[in-house]
Design a protein around this ligand. Structure first.
Ligand SMILES: [Cu+2]
Length: 539
C-alpha cells in the first residue's frame, strides 16, 4: 500500500513536502496534561450562552467572524468563531434555532484579516442570501442577510464560503448548527420527551491537527490539497474524547460531519456489542420512517439525526461513539497500481520510509473512539420509537431532464466536474426550465469518494449503480439506495466507480429572477482547488 503511495508522491514530486513532518496530533505537552485514557472531560453541551449556545433569534442578529482567545475546548487556545450578542448574553458559534415561516435577519461582520461570507448550508434562500463567494466581503466589511425560513424542520448548519478560503476558515473554527423547528417536529419531541441541549444533542464531529501552542494548524501540503487534509485528533463539539453523562432512556443525537475531508463510519459500541440505533432524519429533515442501523457513513457536510435507546444499560455502564473500519477508497492511483488505499498510511512513516514519532495520524478507515456516553442514573422511560415520522415524504418520480455529471482527476493534479474547474464568472450548468432534473453523478474508478453538495435545492436519491461492496452491503432496495439516501439530501457521497442518480426540483417559487447557485465537492480542499461549478437557474 505504502509502496504505491510513494510511487505517486515520487511521480508528482511531492515526497519532500511530506517529509517536512507536520504535527498530526495533540501537542505532546497537552497530551501529558490529559492522560491517553481520555474520556474525562465533559462533552461541551449547548447551553444558554457561550460556545455552541442555543440562540433563537428575535429580531436582527449580528454575527462577527473573529478570533476568540481561549475558546477552543480541546486546548484552551484561540479559535475563530462567529460572535453574537443576544438579550445580554454572548454566544460563540451559536446553534441557531429558527421556526419555519420566521424571517431570518442577520448581519455578518468580517473581523478577520481576509475575505469571508457565510453559507447557510441546506437552508433555502435566494442565491444572494446563500453565501456565493462572489459576495465575500473584505476585512471590516459587512453583509446583510434577510430571508424567510421555508425549510422542513431539520438539522442544517453554517460555515464560511469565500473562494479558496472555505476550508481554512471552517477548519479554524467557523462552523455551527442551524436548526429549523416546526409544529410537527415539536410534537415529535414532546412525544419522546426530547429537549434540545439535554436529550436532543447536536454534535459537531471534526478532525484536527494542532500547532505546538495548542492552536489549530491548517497548513496543507500539495498532497493534502489533492487528497484532503486529515487530522490525527477527532473532536466532538471541539473536545477530544469527551464524556456525556446520560440516563437509561432514549436520546436524539444530531451528528454533523464538519471535517474538511474525513469520512466517518459511525457506530455505537457497548463493549464489543454494537448498539442498534434508529436513523430518523438526515440533511433535509425527517425520513418517511425510522431506519434501524448498526453503522452509518457520514461524509463531510452530511448530517444524521439518530435515536439511541440506552434503556438496556445500567448505571456505570458506557457506550462509545466509534469510527468502524472501512476502505476509504483512495483509488486515485488504481490506473497504475491496484488495491491500494492511501492517505491513511502517510502519517505512520515519512516519505523516506522511516517511522516518525511525531506524525501519528488516524487513518480514515481506522477504528477509533470519539465520544463516551456514561450511564449516570436509571430513569423510568416508557416512550417508544415511532413507526412513522411527522412529515410525509413523497417518493421521487425520476422525471425530468437528464444531466450526466462526471467527477474525475485531471493530470493527477486537479479534481474536475465534467472536466471543468471553478470560474467565478462562468456558469457551466444552466437550468433552462424551472422543473425537475435528473443528475447522474458518476465518479471515476481511479478516484476517491466525493461528497457532492448543491446549494439552494435538495436531492432525492433515485439509485446507486456500481457501488463498492461496502456500500452495496447496506443497500435497502433494488435501486441500491442506502438508509441515508431516503428523504431529502443536500450532500450526496459518490464513491469511486459509482453513479448516483438524483432528482432535483428546481421550481422553487421563492427565488425570484435568475439564480446562481453552486455545485461542489464538500471535501473542502477539493472545493478550494476548484472542484466547484456555478449552476445558473433561469428566471
Ligand atoms: Cu472531492
Amino acid at each position: 500500500m505504502l509502496q504505491s503511495r510513494r510511487e505517486f508522491l515520487a511521480l508528482s514530486g511531492r515526497a519532500a513536502l511530506l517529509a517536512l513532518g507536520a504535527n498530526f496530533g495533540l501537542p505532546t505537552n497537552l497530551l501529558a496534561a490529559s492522560p491517553t485514557t481520555g474520556f474525562e472531560k465533559p462533552l461541551p453541551l449547548p447551553g444558554e450562552s457561550g460556545l455552541f449556545g442555543l440562540l433563537a433569534p428575535e429580531g436582527k442578529l449580528t454575527l462577527t467572524a473573529a478570533a476568540s482567545p481561549g475558546a477552543f475546548p480541546a486546548t484552551g487556545a484561540a479559535m475563530l468563531t462567529y460572535i453574537a450578542q443576544h438579550k445580554g448574553k454572548t454566544f460563540l458559534n451559536p446553534i441557531l434555532v429558527l421556526r419555519k415561516g420566521q424571517n431570518f435577519e442577520a448581519t455578518l461582520v468580517n473581523g478577520l484579516d481576509q475575505p469571508t461570507i457565510i453559507h447557510w448550508h441546506g437552508v433555502e434562500g435566494p442565491w444572494r442570501q446563500a453565501g456565493h463567494p462572489s459576495y465575500a466581503v473584505g476585512p471590516g466589511g459587512i453583509y446583510e442577510y434577510k430571508f424567510p425560513i421555508t425549510n422542513r424542520a431539520g438539522t442544517y448548519w453554517y460555515h464560511p464560503h469565500p473562494h479558496r478560503l472555505t476550508a481554512k476558515q471552517t477548519y479554524l473554527g467557523l462552523a455551527s448548527f442551524f436548526i429549523v423547528v416546526d409544529a410537527e417536529e415539536e410534537a415529535f419531541s414532546r412525544e419522546l420527551d426530547l429537549r434540545l441541549g439535554e436529550t436532543d444533542i447536536p454534535i459537531l464531529l471534526q478532525d484536527k491537527r494542532f500547532a505546538k501552542d495548542g492552536r489549530l494548524d491548517y497548513s496543507p501540503s500539495q498532497d493534502d490539497l489533492l487528497m484532503g487534509y486529515l487530522g490525527g485528533t477527532v473532536l466532538a463539539n471541539g473536545a477530544h474524547q469527551p464524556t456525556m453523562k446520560v440516563a437509561t432512556r432514549l436520546y436524539r443525537l444530531r451528528l454533523l460531519n464538519g471535517s474538511t475531508a474525513r469520512i466517518f463510519n459511525l457506530a455505537f459500541l457497548h463493549g464489543k456489542i454494537r448498539m442498534p440505533f434508529f436513523l430518523v432524519g438526515n440533511d433535509g429533515g425527517f425520513l418517511p420512517a425510522p431506519q434501524q442501523l448498526s453503522e452509518v457513513f457520514l461524509a463531510p457536510a452530511e448530517r444524521v439525526d439518530v435515536l439511541l435507546d440506552l434503556r438496556a444499560l445500567a448505571p456505570g455502564q458506557e457506550v462509545f461513539l466509534q469510527n468502524m473500519p472501512f476502505d476509504p477508497m483512495h483509488n486515485e492511483m488504481s490506473g497504475m497500481t491496484e488495491g491500494m488505499s492511501g492517505m491513511e498510511d502517510m502519517g505512520h512513516e515519512n516519505a523516506d520510509g522511516h517511522p516518525s514519532g511525531e506524525n501519528v495520524t488516524l487513518g480514515e478507515g481506522d477504528s477509533f473512539q470519539i465520544l463516551r456516553l456514561l450511564v449516570e442514573r436509571a430513569q423510568t422511560y416508557d416512550r417508544q420509537v415511532p413507526k412513522t415520522l411527522p412529515t410525509g415524504v413523497q417518493p421521487p418520480t425520476g422525471a425530468g431532464v437528464v444531466r450526466p455529471i462526471a467527477l474525475a482527476l485531471r493530470d493527477m493534479r486537479v479534481w474536475t466536474i465534467n472536466d471543468q474547474t471553478f470560474s467565478m464568472d462562468d456558469a457551466p450548468i444552466v437550468v433552462q426550465k424551472r422543473g425537475p432534473e435528473v443528475w447522474q453523478i458518476s465518479n471515476a474508478k481511479a478516484s476517491m469518494p466525493h461528497p457532492m453538495h448543491l446549494h439552494g435545492y435538495f436531492y432525492r436519491v433515485l439509485e446507486r449503480r456500481g457501488s463498492p461492496s461496502q456500500v452495496k452491503d447496506r443497500a435497502m432496495d433494488s435501486q441500491g439506495r442506502v438508509a441515508t439516501d431516503l428523504g431529502f439530501k443536500d450532500t450526496v457521497l459518490v464513491w469511486p466507480g459509482e453513479t448516483v442518480s438524483v432528482e432535483i426540483d428546481f421550481s422553487n417559487p421563492n427565488y425570484p429572477g435568475e439564480q446562481r447557485f453552486l455545485f461542489h465537492c464538500h471535501n473542502l480542499e477539493h472545493e478550494d482547488q476548484g472542484m466547484m461549478l456555478n449552476v445558473q437557474v433561469n428566471g
